[in-house]
Write a protein that binds this ligand. Sequence first.
Ligand code: HEM
Length: 435
Amino acid sequence: MGFINLQNEIIQQIKRFGVFPQLWPEEIEKIGFFVNEILFNPFDPKFRADPYPFYDRLREQDPVHILSTGFVVLTRYADVVNVLRSNDFSRDIEKNANLPETPTCKYRRERNGTKSILNLDPPDHTRLRRLVSKSFTPSAIERLRPRIQKLVDDVLDKAQQSGQIELVDELAFPVPFQVISDLLAMPTERASELRQWSQVITATLEPTTSVEDLVAADSARDQLIPYLMEIIEDRRRTPGDDMLSSLIAVEEQGERLTNNELIAFVVLLYIAGHETTVNLIGNSVYALLKHPSQLEAVRHNSFTTNTVDELLRFDGPVQHTTRTPLVDVSFTVSGEQIKIDKGSLVLASLGAANHDASVFSNPHTLDFGRENSNRHLAFSAGIHYCLGAALAKLETEVAVGSLISRFKNIEIIGEPEWRDRLTIRGVSRLDLSVN
Ligand code: HEM
């Protein structure tokens, strides 16, 4: 297919499926042109399998890429980290960004749900973060290690008997799901419904979100919330030794979590428990199997949280996040000041920042000897830095570390499948033979 035909095809697909509905159609048409050789086609399986060459081009050719709607894409490490740490940028997009009057934006603005900690700015964010952080202390997380090890060992015992494993459904999903359920002491009989609701809700983190997706997410919330409320009410009557009971009891200087704040936080934890660590485990195993020398290096040394940092840098599950400036700001590119208006929508590409050669030498090489892997931005930075980072790293260390130490031969069967997502990146299926 010729270049122009390919672009037309992409534009047709974008129009049909409503990609980037916060942009106007004429801007969408420019997306296909904004990088000369590597076209940004989110539907292209090659982009899904490896978005990093695309990010490189954008960083090299147009690191502060602005569409005339005010939508800005940042790909340099320094810009991304500055934005994430700056008090001049808000995470509350619905409140502070000048979004176009598209049906999706209108729906989002008019929806009147309680925002989770992830979508709030100070002072509300500060108050909630202080209250909920108490349940995520390093010692509380480390106490989970034996339980995580037992869950992983049970899965690997089965794999050892059959000689194969489908990594995502058998290990990467069930372990973090069971751990978050244990932490909150939630029943697991409705695991498959919970997984489905959570997938429908996280689909709305995508830039491709349509009004139908938002309606579906609200309907999933309408089922999830009464279910959680029942459990919360029960736990209020009979508190236990679990995180949900501590969250109910939490109090600081007379401040408590309201019922709605508690529900919004538990929904966020569930989603984080389902949709992020699962992808880190899947992407990490895939990356190791594609880099046999690094796999051997890790087998000889030990699999530590530093190993996990390099895996997070190399191919993290959250590819970007959004912010909006509360004042007019500017970025310097080749000595020139580029002005960004207050209220613009800024997409900070974590995946691109983690492959910026000005911070990480040979960024596309998986290198467990790298000294600064822990500077990655896969968990973001600043006040919204992932609260579950230590838990996610522990789960990955135990799951992936145990898999590679149990089996000396691990091979991919067929081709992996990638999730049909842009914000959350991960393999959706990875069949392995193990012995
Ligand atoms: C590999 C796994 C994970 C990755 C890559 C990840 C990534 C992230 C990122 C990038 C953010 C910040 C987004 C922003 O700045 O806009 C975040 C926030 C958050 N994450 Fe994670 N996460 C992971 C696992 C978890 C887990 C397991 C939990 C909890 C059980 C969790 C709980 C949270 C919470 C509560 C926030 C909001 C923090 C705040 O706004 O102050 N995450 N995560």
